[in-house]
Design a protein. Structure first.
Lengths: 221, 331, 455
């Protein structure tokens, strides 16, 4: 996926960029509206993350211009305000969703995925491995012509494993990615989801192996 | 009788003492708690039934009915207004002057037509034209004069036949005579011509209608001018001897009027009498006089009740008029 | 919220009283002026007739054979006839001697020329109007002055005056009645302008601080322009403080977001359990504080808006559907299903922002307490009342605390480990109360909590 992040706070931008790259996304960064317009005109982005308060103007003005130019790249607004009215205002101006700062990256990603799913429609973003096809945006897994709709955590777990086949993911890391910080969960909680995925993949050439004391790995048998 | 009266009148006027009435009647004979004194120019015969009707309604009242000539009524009443309760006269001019001079009592609450009353104090209750009355025998076989002009022609045609056979009011003595004369003179010049013709034939002068009628019936005179028609008609016993002519050219019609003295001691009783008088008009048996007629409806003008009647009472005017009249009639 | 305004009289009453009072004074004035004028005219016409009578008598005076004769016409008195039968008096004097007429009518010889003198006199207790004129007659050997006075009572005149007075009084009363009606009409139109302005200002939404643009009468321009000025200043300061809050929130939240993002990234790299615990606590603390701040602001906003409820006609189903759509990504993360069960087209008259806020807080709460792989049912009912029921499959409310949970900052005893400020239910409750409704809490027999939000 290719993202454009419009955020004037350098530190936050770096943190977000780092986090996004960790998930294997490509991300460009603009720190003012002028740059953001230039970027959005030249590059094809799947999604734009837009801060509202920018040094050379209001993010909402960018939104207006963006929609006026009939670009339909989805936009998620990062806002520091919490008033519902403000959020609605943003939606009315053509934003697809909003996230209140400070935000949970998992939530941000979930919202990105939801927006992309709504916007993408027929457009496929299918990944292939062996005899398995996986569409992370639609949350769809196709094994031997059987289509399985994955639940969210299954989807996120599979997405992690699919992006780095052959890499061992420690349980701890998987817990961090699947559960929010509000939930106090043990590392064993992840085993439920590993078991579900294994069941889905059973008829296929793909297999999730357990490496004692290290973690799990997706293998193409 | 007339001459006799004239003598009495002049005697009284000279001495200013005794008062003799043409007639004095008391209704009823017995003494009563209250006495209502009526001073009137109307013969008692015309009023007896009216007064009896009044007494029938007011048993404790005695009415003293005094009759004298219109002119004398004025003199007597002005001299002692407190002595009389009611004044009835056919001399409208004298009556209106009494009212104008404040000698009549204003009576409230009498719903009476405006033309028949003046200042709510003078009330008319008859309509009586002045008539030419002739002796039937004298005119036997010839046409009866319908107008004053006719009369003048008849008189001129046969002056010898009417010599000393004419009669009229002596306007110097009679109030109503003066009223008729002045109103005639006001209406038409014919009056003066008639007076000159009558004067040239030696007209007899009377104080009262009654005397004229008597003399006519007796044949002492053959024509009387300006007689009260009502009196003549009322003498049904003389209907064969006399004929009453209401002149066709114009009629001089007077209204008999009544007033209550402003100084009456019994205004309520006097007012009741006036009411009775007015009410009595509608009762033919009780009211032998011709009742009030609206001049506008009757088609004949009636002498209007207005202060202008006082015009000929003015001393200067009266003097002038009488001079002229004497010149014409007495010559 | 609205301060009691001190009342000092009523503009309408004052205006009405002044107009009606003015009309009353005018009516009385009118009465006296017209009556006085009519009296003058009536007197004038009586004088004219008296004058004519005197002139006609005087005109008839001649000297014949050395004696004065006054053969005046019948009309001299006839013209004095009136409806009220007024009494007539006259006197004709030759020099100082009464020739004829009433002695009681004193001679007042005019001082000059041929003019007629009019005066009022009282004779025998009666008020008379007397006209007097004189004329010099020249005989063969002497000059003599003839004076004539004609007098008349004033019964007809006062009758006419009484009639005129009555008519003028009626006219004045009519004028007054009409003027009173006009006064009420004028007052209500004038006050109507003020009322219309008041209505147009009162009917505005709570956020509407735009100037009054409707044309107003010129007398109201100062008021309206200072009102507009006040509103623009208020609008300016409101937007300034809004900007300030937004700026402040931005300044605070952006670094928090930075810290959170860094903490999360670090957590991915750190292996030691004690360090991970510390980082987790840090992230949780950040979430808790930002959420608390958000809810506090929301609560403040709701308290403010509840006084100026901006009721609009809304489709409740649309509103809840939109909310569900916004919250689905968050629910998905816990594999929680949000199910909406509603018949289409439930319309309510409510403040959309408050309603959204309340229901979002309730769904947020349900989400927080829902276990993974569970369902939250959101049911909308239109009968018997309009209700939104939100049921989760979580632990439910502690039965002994169920009554006090809506209190500010109250949290269930089983809320340990769940981030929350305790304001969610309070916000929902305040919104329900502001709309004349309420919320009720219950536990489902099969487990889980149910919140019913009724309007």
């Amino acid at each position: 996926m290719k993202f454009l992040l419009v955020e004037d706070n350098q530190e936050l931008a770096e943190a977000v960029i780092g986090r996004m790259q960790l998930d294997g996304h490509v991300i460009d960064h603009a720190d003012k509206i002028q740059d953001a317009i230039a970027f959005s005109e030249t590059g094809e982005y799947d999604l734009i993350l837009l801060d509202i308060m920018l040094p050379d103007g209001d993010g909402r003005d960018f939104l207006k211009q963006h929609r006026a130019a009939r670009r339909n790249t989805p936009v998620i607004v990062l806002t520091a305000r919490s008033q519902v009215s403000d959020r609605i205002g943003v939606l009315d101006l053509g934003a697809d969703d909003y996230v209140t700062k400070p935000f949970d990256h998992a939530e941000l990603q979930a919202r990105c995925r939801a927006v992309l799913r709504r916007k993408a429609g027929a457009a496929q973003s299918e990944l292939r491995m062996g005899d398995v096809r996986f569409d992370p945006v639609a949350g769809r897994l196709t094994v031997k012509d059987e289509v399985i709709d994955l639940r969210n955590r299954e989807l996120r777990l599979l997405e992690l494993l699919f992006n780095a086949p052959g890499q061992i993911f420690p349980k701890q890391k998987l817990v961090d990615r699947l559960f929010s910080y509000e939930e106090d969960v043990s590392e064993n909680a992840v085993e439920v989801y590993i078991a579900r995925l294994r069941k889905h993949l059973e008829p296929s050439e793909l297999k999730i192996t357990t490496h004692r004391g290290l973690g799990y790995r997706l293998d193409n048998v | 009788m007339c001459y006799l009266f004239l003598v009495i009148f002049s005697l009284w006027a000279a001495s200013g003492t005794a008062q003799d009435w043409e007639d004095e009647q008391v209704f009823p004979e017995e003494q009563a708690a209250r006495v209502l004194t009526v001073l009137s120019s109307t013969d008692t015969s015309f009023f007896a039934s009216i007064i009896e009707g009044f007494i029938a309604r007011n048993p404790s009242v005695q009415v003293r009915y005094l009759v004298t000539s219109t002119a004398e009524i004025d003199t007597v009443f002005r001299a002692s207004p407190a002595a009389f309760d009611i004044v009835i006269s056919s001399a409208m001019d004298l009556q209106i002057k009494l009212a104008n001079d404040g000698l009549a009592l204003e009576i409230e609450g009498l719903n009476y037509p405006n033309w028949a009353a003046w200042r709510r104090s003078l009330f008319a209750f008859t309509t009586e034209p002045a008539a030419i009355v002739i002796n039937r025998a004298a005119f036997a076989g010839q046409s009866v004069p319908e107008t004053r002009q006719d009369l003048i022609q008849v008189l001129r045609a046969q002056p010898e036949a009417f010599e000393d056979k004419l009669g009229t009011y002596d306007v110097r003595v009679s109030g109503v005579g003066y009223l008729f004369a002045t109103q005639d003179a006001r209406t038409s010049e014919t009056y003066w011509r008639l007076m000159e013709v009558m004067g040239s034939l030696g007209t007899r002068l009377y104080c009262c209608s009654g005397d004229m009628i008597e003399d006519l019936a007796a044949g002492r005179i053959t024509v009387a001018y300006n007689v009260l028609g009502s009196y003549a008609i009322a003498r049904t016993d003389l209907a064969d001897q006399i004929e009453v002519i209401l002149p066709a050219d114009f009629q001089t019609t007077m209204m008999r009027t009544a007033l209550v003295s402003a100084q009456t001691g019994q205004p309520e009783l006097a007012t009741a009498f006036i009411r009775h008088l007015i009410d009595a008009q509608s009762n033919e048996d009780m009211f032998p006089l011709p009742p009030l007629q609206d001049a506008a409806k009757a088609g004949q003008p009636t002498i209007t009740l207005e202060p202008a009647l006082m015009t000929y009472l003015d001393a200067l005017k009266k003097r002038t008029f009488l001079d002229e009249w004497v010149n014409a009639v007495i010559q | 919220m609205s301060e009691a305004v001190r009342v000092s009289g009523s503009l309408r009453n004052r205006l009405t009283v002044i107009l009606i009072g003015g009309a009353a004074i005018l009516a009385v004035l009118l009465f006296f002026i017209v009556r006085n004028y009519a009296a003058q005219i009536a007197q004038q016409s009586q004088d004219n007739i008296l004058g004519a009578s005197v002139t006609s008598i005087l005109g008839a005076a001649i000297i014949r054979d050395g004696a004065v004769e006054v053969d005046f016409p019948y009309a001299s008195f006839s013209m004095l006839n009136t409806d009220s039968d007024d009494r007539v008096f006259y006197a004709i004097y030759q020099d100082d001697t009464l020739l004829s007429g009433y002695e009681s009518l004193p001679l007042v010889a005019p001082d000059f020329g041929e003019g007629t003198v009019f005066r009022s006199a009282t004779i025998q207790g009666t008020t008379l109007r007397v006209a007097t004129a004189s004329r010099v007659l020249i005989g063969e050997d002497r000059r003599t002055r003839i004076s004539v006075s004609v007098a008349q009572t004033q019964d007809a005149l006062s009758g006419v005056l009484n009639r005129i007075s009555r008519n003028v009084a009626l006219f004045g009363a009519g004028f007054f009645a009409l003027a009173t009606l006009l006064a009420f009409w004028a007052t209500s139109t004038t006050i109507g302008q003020l009322k219309r302005l008041t209505t147009s200002v009162t009917r505005r939404g709570p956020q509407d601080l735009s100037p009054v643009v409707k044309p107003v009468p010129s007398e109201m321009v100062p008021l309206v322009s200072s009102l507009n000025h006040l509103m623009s200043r208020l609008d300016h300061s409101l937007s300034q403080s809004e900007d300030f809050i937004a700026e402040a929130a931005h300044r605070v939240r952006t670094p928090l977001a930075t810290v959170r993002s860094h903490a999360e990234a670090t957590l991915q790299r750190v292996g030691r359990e004690e360090n991970r615990q510390a980082l987790r606590s840090m992230v949780r603390a950040i979430d808790e504080s930002s959420r608390a701040a958000g809810q506090l602001l929301d609560h403040a906003m709701i308290t403010f808006r509840a006084d100026h409820l901006d009721r609009q006609d809304l489709d409740l189903v649309d509103l809840v559907q939109e909310l569900v759509l916004r919250l689905t990504p968050v629910a998905d993360m816990k594999d929680v299903d949000l199910r909406l069960d509603a018949a289409p087209g439930i319309r309510v008259a409510a403040d959309p922002i408050l309603l959204q806020n309340a229901i979002r807080n309730l769904i947020d709460n349900a989400l927080k307490y829902s276990p993974s792989d569970s369902t939250i049912m959101i049911r909308l009912r239109s009968a018997p009342h309009i209700q939104v029921e939100i049921c989760d499959e979580g632990p439910g409310f502690p039965p002994d605390q169920i009554g006090g949970l809506v209190a500010r900052f109250a949290r269930g005893s089983n809320a340990d480990g769940i981030i929350g400020s305790g304001l969610g239910l309070t916000i929902a409750q305040d919104v329900a109360l502001a709309h004349g409704g309420h919320i009720s809490l219950a536990n489902r027999p099969e487990g889980g909590a149910c919140v019913t939000f009724s309007l």
